[in-house]
Design a protein around this ligand. Structure first.
Ligand SMILES: NC(=O)C1=CN([C@@H]2O[C@H](COP(=O)(O)OP(=O)(O)OC[C@H]3O[C@@H](n4cnc5c(N)ncnc54)[C@H](O)[C@@H]3O)[C@@H](O)[C@H]2O)C=CC1
Length: 382
């Protein structure tokens, strides 16, 4: 998930125009395109079925969505290349190999040509072939480069499980081999109970000398992985981890302050960023706004206040919603000025959206606002 970048000023390329025309045509029938795409893929290439989860409903449209997002933003090269490299590296854990890409491309084009029949012609097909070839080559190259330096996945043993509220757990694991990452990044995680279903979680601590990794997990309704991690996982269980990803990391080349906004379990990477600044001993001002729906939802406030006690440069402000009214963006506006700060925003998508708007309104330029969330970021870079 790249951080935000300004949109390129150039007009759309001819291929991008054709790609977008296809997208406009298929958007009312996107579900049908997805079903047909997977049907084609599994009928023509039954060996690929084993790379996907037994029940396809939860991530049925993830592959197609990622492909279409990438295709749509084909002109926004820096954002796209970073996104695709990440995607290519991340695909190693599924067992994806270079020879699988043409099969997927052929079924993608098969599904698009069927449902975009009204506008589909040779020129459009050629645009998709070129675009898909570029996308897959970036992913294949990134995976090949990663193979030389990192495993496709890590096993990790749960060493502690701390149920903080009825639906939030702090889970600590020990990877089977060194796991290099940066504070502010996230990983993908698979539990033994739902094979091949992977979910993203941020590291809740900066890298530690004992090599342990901690995650904050909230069980969400119908969240298979999150419910298993909160209600079922126990010390001794073995999970799998994908590679680290994300660029919401601290820029140690500047001395600017950090304005951190964390909502709910989105506080996890913010805590890691605070520890990172502490370890670098830079004494930069760090202001944390920690938002939650209720007092009880501030499940990590004790840790954050302890950090504040040990670090005079750190200010932690809990912000609890009032009568169901969301408070976080307003709270940021009340303080400041923030012109000398870099901003870090982490939490639910709606909070990121309104948080980023609030930060821009008070004069923080987009390039100084960092947050995770692939689709939104690619979209704002549009
Ligand atoms: N577990 C992890 O490592 C990480 C989780 N996340 C994401 O953080 C989210 C956490 O969810 P919950 O704890 O259930 O959060 P929540 O729904 O309880 O909300 C947390 C805070 O965000 C505010 N908020 C929510 N929606 C808002 C909106 N539309 N506009 C303004 N403010 C809004 C709330 O007022 C509250 O202060 C999830 O979406 C998760 O994917 C993000 C980064 C890391």
């Amino acid at each position: 998930m790249p951080t935000q970048r300004p949109a390129p000023a150039q007009p759309a390329s001819p291929d991008a125009v054709l790609i977008r025309r296809t997208m406009a045509e298929i958007s009312p029938v996107a579900d049908k395109v997805t079903s047909y795409f997977y049907a084609l893929l599994f009928v023509r290439h039954p060996d690929l079925r084993a790379l996907f989860p037994a029940a396809m409903d939860t991530q049925r449209d993830r592959l197609l969505k990622a492909l279409l997002t990438a295709a749509e933003h084909i002109d926004n090269t820096p954002v796209l290349v970073e996104y695709l490299q990440n995607l290519g590296r991340g695909h190693r854990k599924y067992g994806t190999r270079a020879e699988h890409y043409p099969a997927v491309g052929e079924c993608l084009i098969g599904a698009l040509s069927k449902y975009a029949g009204g506008v589909w012609d040779g020129e459009m097909e050629a645009a998709w072939v070129r675009t898909y070839t570029t996308i897959s080559q970036v992913m294949i190259d990134a995976a090949a480069a990663d193979e030389l330096r990192a495993p496709a996945w890590w096993y990790a043993e749960v060493v502690s499980h701390d149920l903080r509220t009825s639906n939030i757990a702090v889970v600590t694991v020990r990877p089977d081999q060194p796991y290099p990452f940066l504070a502010g990044q996230y990983t993908s995680l698979e539990t033994p109970w739902w094979p091949r279903i992977w979910r993203h979680y941020s590291f809740a601590s900066a890298p530690r000398s004992d090599g342990l990794l901690t995650f904050h997990v909230k069980a969400v309704p119908a969240g298979w992985v999150s419910n298993a991690l909160v209600h079922r996982a126990r010390p001794g269980d073995i999970i799998r981890l994908g590679p680290p990803a994300g660029s919401m990391t601290v820029d140690h080349t500047t001395a600017s302050g950090l304005l951190c906004v964390g909502g709910g379990t989105g506080i996890a990477p913010i805590k890691a960023l605070v520890e990172d600044v502490a370890e670098h001993g830079e004494r930069r001002p760090v202001e944390v706004f920690y938002g939650a729906r209720t007092n009880q939802d501030l499940y990590d406030i004790d840790t954050m206040l302890r950090l504040q006690q040990s670090h005079p440069w750190l200010e932690v402000r809990p912000v609890v919603d009032r009568h169901g009214l969301l408070q976080l963006p307003d709270a940021i506006r009340e303080y400041g000025p923030w012109t000398e700060y870099d901003a870090y925003v982490s939490g639910p998508p709606g909070m990121i959206r309104s948080g980023v708007d609030a930060l821009r309104d008070i004069g923080i330029p987009s390039e100084r606002i960092r947050h995770d969330s692939v689709e939104e970021l690619v979209a704002t870079g549009d």
